[in-house]
Design a protein around this ligand. Structure first.
Ligand SMILES: O=C(O)c1cc(=O)[nH]c(=O)n1[C@@H]1O[C@H](COP(=O)(O)O)[C@@H](O)[C@H]1O
Length: 274
């Protein structure tokens, strides 16, 4: 999906919601086996329950890789199950020397049909470039993450008075524009969104940290939205494990609707201005 198509999807569903398929096998509802078969059935039920409200799905590969080859197969089958018109993100936080990145890119963009991949920026330009060579595929670069450890490096002040994450935002715009690159900014960092929007006004931001991590949805939308919508707001555990009983899909549906309703109200004003 390209920039315009994502914008249209947001407009059509009146939603920024990205459902995170962090399908921890140990947390599956009692009615499902705690193995790869149970995980796939769980994912299918969650996707069906949340699809009216979600424009994107993010597969965090850790939860699949932990199961070995079977987990990888669940990831492939989940990807096949997702409809064409939703944005599919692999959250694998890759990035390595050029020839290695090239094969990571092949793995996620060719062998698997993801639209986007999360990438760590710290090995620099040649580690990111191979991912940018694919048409209609996206790099989602870590900028300011939601965790407390974001203080350790991302929030370091450089000699030019910028924070390291600000340098990431600026430098990486020399490699690709807002039609190929997005940035991860945690919802727990909502006080930084205004500043970030000054540095990257047109980019989409992938925003995790709403729900279980306690990020402020209202502020994220207020300060993070742009003329294209500009936000993919991820919610994982709050939706996936809203119930671990037989009604898990129904409860996931209700949580997805809960989040989308709040987004819908704010979105009306975004697109009225256009
Ligand atoms: O890259 C990410 O998606 C990510 C970046 C970040 O700064 N914080 C963060 O929580 N994430 C991911 O977003 C998801 C958040 O999950 P919940 O807290 O359960 O909604 C997990 O898959 C995390 O790995």
């Amino acid at each position: 999906m390209n920039y315009k198509q994502i914008q249209k999807a947001i407009q059509a569903k009146k939603s920024f919601l990205c459902v995170g398929l962090d399908s921890d096998v140990n947390k599956l509802p009692a009615s499902l086996p705690k193995n790869a078969t149970g995980m796939l059935a769980f994912n299918k039920a969650i996707i069906e329950a949340t699809l009216p409200f979600a424009i994107a799905y993010k597969i965090n590969t850790a939860f699949y890789e932990a199961l070995g080859a079977e987990g990888w197969e669940v990831m492939e089958k989940t990807l096949e199950f997702l409809p064409k018109d939703v944005f599919k993100i692999a959250d694998a936080k890759r990035g390595d020397i050029g020839n290695t990145s090239k094969l990571y890119a092949k793995a996620f963009f060719e062998t698997l049909a993801f639209d986007a991949l999360t990438i760590a920026p710290y090995m620099g330009e040649d580690s990111v470039k191979p991912f940018l060579e694919y048409e209609n595929k996206w790099v989602i670069l870590l900028a300011l993450t939601s965790n407390t450890g974001s203080q350790d490096f991302e929030m370091l002040k450089l000699s030019n008075e910028r924070y390291l994450y600000e340098e990431v935002l600026l430098k990486s715009q020399e490699w690709a524009n807002h039609e190929k690159m997005m940035y991860v900014v945690g919802a727990t960092q909502s006080e930084k969104f205004q500043e970030i929007r000054k540095l990257a006004p047109h980019h989409f931001l992938l925003v995790p940290g709403v729900g279980t991590q306690g990020g402020n949805l209202e502020q994220v939308i207020e300060y993070g939205k742009n003329e294209a919508g500009g936000l993919l707001i991820n919610v994982s555990r709050d939706i996936l494990f809203a119930s671990q009983a037989n009604d898990f899909a129904e409860k996931a549906n209700q949580r997805a609707e809960f989040w989308q309703k709040q987004m819908r109200e704010k979105l009306t004003s975004v697109f009225q201005k256009n």
